[in-house]
Design a protein around this ligand. Structure first.
Ligand code: DGL
Length: 267
């Protein structure tokens, strides 16, 4: 059985890349719901429904474990999927998100003064602040949303002068909040991490979630041999999208080496 990686669009490729690099032996299926991206401005209810459909698709494609490589989906759908959907329909399967491993990383690295940028759906869910304060009550967390970044990235427009202006505006709160670390809590932002680093003060460490999620997954599989034993190891990579547009292929090629066969599916 395979490992499924799900995102609303391209952003999850930043997570897939690091997971494949860290755990190359397994078989992976990537699903990007790019026909319905962005999720970030949608209601919690609809994000839950879209995510449930995506997870169901990946389970029917023989995935034992699905990683929600999307903060908006993790913040708005993961708990309900784990508590209601899995026990009723797929009790032997697992769904993991990317917020918990990120919080663990912050704690392990003593990062307590943190700026967080993400989509409306992630920021408004309050999930990061809630989880960080649980384990680091003394933390200073400032978070804000950057709603135009995902569409710019999906449209391959993130290098344009307009995008630079928007990005500068979105990074302005760094000047007053002065965090030790800026967390890119949207997997799409990993695609423009270097540009964000250039525009932010050199004193601020900018972190994305790819590597830390990959390392936590490795740990999870070591701790859960009952799941690990079910996973096939033929180094297969399969890519599904819900809309086959040329921009997806172009950007995906920057992340995926070798031949890239992408299939369009309906959820
Ligand atoms: N990449 C996603 C995230 O991490 C969501 C982007 C979107 O669909 O708005 O939040």
């Amino acid at each position: 059985m395979k490992i499924g990686i799900f995102d609303s669009g391209l952003g999850g490729l930043t997570i897939l890349k690091q997971i494949v690099h860290t755990l190359p032996q397994y078989d992976y299926i990537y699903l990007g719901d790019n026909a319905r991206v962005p999720y970030g401005g949608r209601s919690s209810e609809i994000i839950y429904e879209f995510t449930r459909q995506a997870v169901e698709f990946l389970f029917t494609q023989n995935c034992q474990l699905v990683i929600l490589a999307c903060n908006s989906a993790t913040a708005n759908a993961l708990r309900r999927l784990q508590q209601e959907y899995l026990p009723r329909h797929y009790s032997q399967h697992r769904i993991l998100g990317i917020i918990k491993p990120t919080i663990e990383y912050l704690v392990e690295n003593n990062i307590s003064k943190v700026g967080i940028i993400g989509t409306y759906a992630t920021v408004e869910s309050g999930a990061y602040q809630r989880e960080i304060y649980k384990v680091l009550p003394q933390a200073q967390v400032n978070q804000w949303s950057c709603p135009l970044l995902v569409p710019l990235i999906e449209e391959n427009e993130s290098d344009s002068p307009a995008a630079t202006l928007i990005l500068k505006e979105y990074l302005r709160p760094l000047k007053t909040t002065k965090p030790q670390t800026l967390l890119l809590a949207c997997t799409h932002y990993g695609l423009i991490k270097e540009r964000i680093k250039k525009l932010a003060s050199k004193k601020i460490a900018v972190i994305d979630q790819g590597l830390l999620v990959a390392l936590k997954l490795k740990q999870y599989l070591q701790q859960h041999p009952e799941i690990d034993h079910k996973l096939s190891r033929q180094k297969k990579r399969i890519y599904y999208v819900t809309d086959l547009n040329p921009r997806f292929k172009k950007i995906a090629k920057m992340f995926i080496s070798g031949s890239l066969a992408i299939t369009k599916v309906s959820l």
